[in-house]
Write a protein that binds this ligand. Structure first.
Ligand code: CA
Length: 229
């Protein structure tokens, strides 16, 4: 259930907004004070903020700015004056939408729904993108467990893939062979750190243009390996 935080000092308006949003299936919480609203907006997880401009404590302009410095959660700003809307736009605070009082509750609900579904699509698409790592012609699809080098697909064994994906997911971090062995191979596996060396060699043969001058997996002498970005 999507969680909405209303920051609004006029109790009647806040309650009206809450009632309509709850009827539409949202979980709604209210803060009547700017300081408390801002603190909760930053420390708790909400899916959307409905933010009044004139508030006791911190005002809506400042709250919007502070939320945007930390989160991409949609913000709908509510104002009593049309002039304020121009001001919000002019300040470039990063609010997603604006609505002036008085507004019809159903219009508010429609806008909240629109922003939430847009935001969910955005989140879902970035989650999917994160499953694909792309660095300088090397593409690793972690979900499909496939690897391409300059558009050409390469075949990897299970452990080769696990090792490559692990290194690529932790770029610029130097791992010792012992660390890599314990990450990728389970305790019952027969083998030792030489196994890591052998696998790195095989991976390099598949992804590197020159295995003597690797551009992806770099050897840190006396320490181990790191995936260069
Ligand atoms: Ca107010």
């Amino acid at each position: 259930m999507s969680k909405v935080l209303i920051i609004e000092d006029e109790v009647a308006i806040a309650d009206l907004e809450k009632d309509y949003l709850e009827l539409s299936g949202f979980h709604v919480e209210i803060e009547n004070n700017g300081n408390r609203g801002l603190a909760r907006a930053l420390s708790e997880e909400f899916d959307m903020f409905i933010l009044d401009l004139m508030l006791p404590g911190v005002d809506g302009f400042e709250i919007c700015k502070k939320i945007r410095e930390n989160k991409n959660t949609p913000i709908l700003m509510v104002s009593a004056k049309k002039d304020d809307i121009d001001k919000i736009r002019g300040l470039g605070l990063g609010a997603d939408d604006y609505i002036t009082k008085p507004f019809s509750p159903s219009e508010l609900v429609a806008r909240v729904k629109a922003h939430l579904s847009r935001y969910e699509r955005l989140i879902n698409s970035s989650v999917q993108e994160n499953d694909v790592i792309e660095i300088r012609g090397l593409k690793i699809d972690k979900t499909a467990r496939r690897v391409w080098v300059n558009e050409e697909e390469k075949q990897f064994t299970t452990k080769e893939f696990d090792l490559l994906a692990f290194l690529a997911q932790n770029p610029n971090h130097v791992f010792s062979k012992e660390e890599l062995f314990s990450q990728i191979w389970d305790l019952e596996s027969v083998g030792d750190i030489a196994t890591v060396t052998v696998h790195i060699k095989k991976i390099r043969e598949k992804i590197e243009f020159s295995t003597t001058k690797p551009q992806y997996i770099e050897t840190i002498w006396g320490v181990g390996y790191r995936f260069k970005v």
